[in-house]
Every structure is written in C-alpha cells, then in structure tokens.
Design a protein. Structure first.
Length: 361
C-alpha cells in the first residue's frame, strides 16, 4: 500500500487527523499518515513572504528523509508563503509527480486561500482538501481542464469560478469519473465521497472545532526561537517535590520551563498522548529527566522518555540532561551519559548549570 504523508499544520492539525482517519477507513489503496514538523521547519514554512517553488520541494524532500520515509512516499506540506517559479506566482500549490526530482512532493500555499476566505473556516478547510485531492489526481496522470466544471481538477484564473467549485464541495466531473474508473483508480472517488458532504461531517464529528487561528494571530517570525521552552521537565509523580523546587527556581531566573502544573490551562482538554510526545520531542531546547525507580515504572514517563530519545538520536547531540535521585537504570539512557546527582547539588546550582548550557546554544 502506498503511503501519503500529510503535514499537520498547527492551525488545523486536529481537523486533518480526523479526515486522515476517515480516508484510511474508507479505502485500501493509499495509507495516509499525519506528520508533525520540527520547529526549525515550521519557522521556514509558516512565516510570511515568498519562496521559490524548487526550494520548497527540496525542503519537503529533506523532511521526508529525516523522518525516515522513502522517496516513493508522497509528502504534502503547507506553507504560509507565496510560491513562485521563474515566470509567475502559484495561487495554491506546486509539486512534482512520481517522476519528478525530487519525486512525490506537493507544497500547498495558504496565502491566497486565506485572502479568499478571511472569515469562513469551513470554506478554507474545504479548499485545502480540494488541493490535496487535485495533487493526488494529477500524480495519477489525470489532466486539469481550463474551463470550470465544479471539479477537483478545475484549473483556471477566474476567481468567482474557483470559489463556485469549492462552494459546491469536492467532487470530480463526470468525464474524470469515467477516466478514474477506467484506470482502476477508484480510491480517488472514495476519498471525494468521504468529504463531499464536509459541512455535515463538520457538524456531526466536530471536524471544524475551532477558528483557524492564523486568521487572527501573527505567524512565526523568521528570527523567532525555534522552541517554546528552554527546558521540559520529565519526572514521576512521586518526586514532584524535587521537580517543583527546580521549576520555581528556573522561572525566577527567566528560564522558560515546561512543568505540568504551570500549564494546566494548556493541557486541559488536549489529547495528552499526542501533545506530550510532540512537546518532549520538538518543543524544548533541553529535557531534564529525574531518574528514579518510579520513573522506570510509569507509562507516561516512558512515553515522554521515548519522545526525548527520538529527538536526541535525530540530533546527535546532548538533549537529555539526567538528574539522578537513585541508581535506577533507565532503558535507552546509557550509564556513560553525564548526569547530576540531586543530593550532591542544590536546586539553585542546577539552575545555574542549565543557564550555562543555554548560553552555549
């Protein structure tokens, strides 16, 4: 089964995950997989401006390589930038077919879509889905047509007709339906059928659950830090007193720290399994693990540890900073890794060590 990787843009990741689940449940030709990007990639993609199409294609290919997928796996990423080629700007997306170089890449620009639908989130999301389906259909060799037919493969420069086609909901025209069936690519029709009533799905399954935030807030800035936190604390509940002592001192020293009690409002209602994995893998400059016998026994601490170790392996440099409360061995954390013993230092001294680490970055 072919794999299609879809960038989970932070503004509509939950909505896209639900669509991906529906698509996977309704056909067996393509396996769709949502991917979250490291902050360094998000900064490049989600800032305003303009960028050459080929640079974006190379960037998408780099992302695909770093998450250990093959060039045969289709990757679709989103950008807030306008995409240009040698001659003109693209309204919506640009990509390469399976024979392109690099192959199987599609980059969807949200710049013009935001201008078309400044206050209509379902319309905007529908336009995004149309672009994904159009890219998949063109990869299969189906041609676009210049005149408007209210079809996924419409390609024209007359805005009212584009809006009309999106308004009617994702669908293929009768000519393309015949071509798709003849080529045994019915999975495309199944994908369209799943979301042809996107507004009803949105009401029933709450796919559009929030306003798409980028319509109201500024995007990332090019020189903004790639991380939300300087350090994330990972610990078992039995040693919370130690973690809280350190967290309070770190905050006093101006260090941005993820400590769960500081983030109750953020964590409320989140899918914590996904959110915390993403946080410990991508959102902090360092991760402090409080090594203890309790840490080795808990499901959640092991989940956080695996996320942190995935980051450490990928970057080939120190990311995990262990603080030992006892001599328990933690899976995947070699005994040769430098550590600090909690009982040999004061929390204030440990905070000073971290400040020096942060100055080295």
């Amino acid at each position: 089964m072919d794999t299609v990787l879809i960038h989970l843009h932070p503004d509509f990741s939950e909505e896209m995950e639900k669509i991906i689940t529906l698509w996977n449940n309704n056909q067996q030709t393509k396996h769709f997989e949502g991917i979250r990007l490291e902050r360094r990639f998000e900064v490049k993609l989600l800032t305003k401006g303009a960028i050459e199409a080929q640079k974006l294609i190379v960037l998408a290919h780099m992302i695909r390589n770093e998450i250990c997928h093959r060039p045969e796996d289709k990757i679709i990423i989103f950008t807030e930038k306008r995409i240009f080629t040698d001659k003109y700007f693209q309204l919506f997306f640009w990509g390469t077919t399976r024979w392109g170089n690099p192959p199987n890449v599609t980059v969807i620009s949200l710049d013009f879509t935001r201008k078309l639908f400044p206050s209509k989130e379902p319309y905007m999301f529908r336009a995004i889905l149309v672009n994904i389906l159009s890219a998949l259909a063109q990869d299969e060799g189906f041609l676009t047509h210049e005149e408007t037919r209210g079809c996924v493969l419409d390609f024209c420069n007359y805005m009212p007709d584009i809006i009309h086609a999106i308004d009617k909901g994702p669908r293929f025209c009768s000519e393309h339906e015949r071509e798709i069936k003849k080529a045994n690519k019915e999975y495309l029709l199944k994908l369209v059928n799943v979301i042809s009533n996107i507004d009803d799905i949105a009401k029933q399954d709450k796919i559009i659950t929030k306003k798409i935030s980028s319509l109201e807030k500024a995007r990332l800035q090019e020189k903004e830090s790639q991380f939300d936190y300087d350090v994330a604390l990972s610990f078992a509940g039995e040693v919370r007193e130690c973690a809280e002592q350190l967290a309070n001192i770190l905050v006093q020293k101006g260090i941005k720290v993820f400590y769960d009690k500081f983030e109750k409002h953020t964590l409320w209602g989140k899918d914590l399994y996904t959110y915390l994995y993403d946080l410990y893998k991508l959102r902090a400059k360092y991760c402090i693990i409080f090594v203890s016998k309790y840490y080795a026994q808990k499901m959640w601490t092991n989940h956080e540890r695996k996320a942190a170790q995935a980051r450490a392996i990928n970057e080939h440099k120190e990311y995990i900073l262990p603080i030992k409360l006892d001599d328990t061995e933690i899976p995947g954390l070699p005994q040769t890794v430098g550590y600090i013993n909690w009982f040999d230092e004061t929390p204030e001294k440990i905070a000073e060590y971290l400040l020096k680490k942060l100055e080295e970055i």
